[in-house]
Design a protein around this ligand. Sequence first.
Ligand code: FES
Ligand code: FES
Length: 193
Amino acid sequence: MEHPVIERKRAASPESQLPSPSIDQITLQVNGTAHTLRVEPRVSLLDALREHLDLTGTKKGCNQGACGACTVLVNGDRILSCLALAVQFEGADIITIEGLGSGGALHTMQAAFVEQDGFQCGYCTPGQICSAIGMIQEFKAGLPSAVSKDSSAAPEFSDEEIKERMSGNLCRCGAYVGICAAIRGAFKAEATR
Ligand code: FES
Ligand code: FES
């Protein structure tokens, strides 16, 4: 039993006056499956995926938008799930690395990373792959980057463009040569289909 003085102090502390956090019930559509979960409004999409849905393929690196390890696709766009609140994404189509492909049925980008040794420890790889898929969609839509020569013309798919557009995804192992080759390979493979 707690000492009465400590108990009185705790009861009078500002923290004890705070209302208990509200819990929202939300349904997230992840990798084609609807999941209903109960989360506080402050829970990030990254934590909802990892801690509530056990989808640990999406990695937590910096948890502050600086490394890209947590990148997932939402309605086809790449986003940093550590900077997004889970409650914002009801009804959205969320794809994580687990939803892209597995085993003998890899997504073109996953296969290209294997083919080109686009990783060492693999920690950044799910984020790199999701980001690369989103990046190619942006490229195909004609969106310019900071290194595009002419922002009104269709960008050229060069290594310079790949490096610039993937600059938000860091790799502590320095596997950038393989990552760049994998993205180039996946883009060519898609173009020749
Ligand atoms: S964990 Fe999200 S950007 Fe680093
Ligand atoms: S492969 Fe190790 S951090 Fe990128």
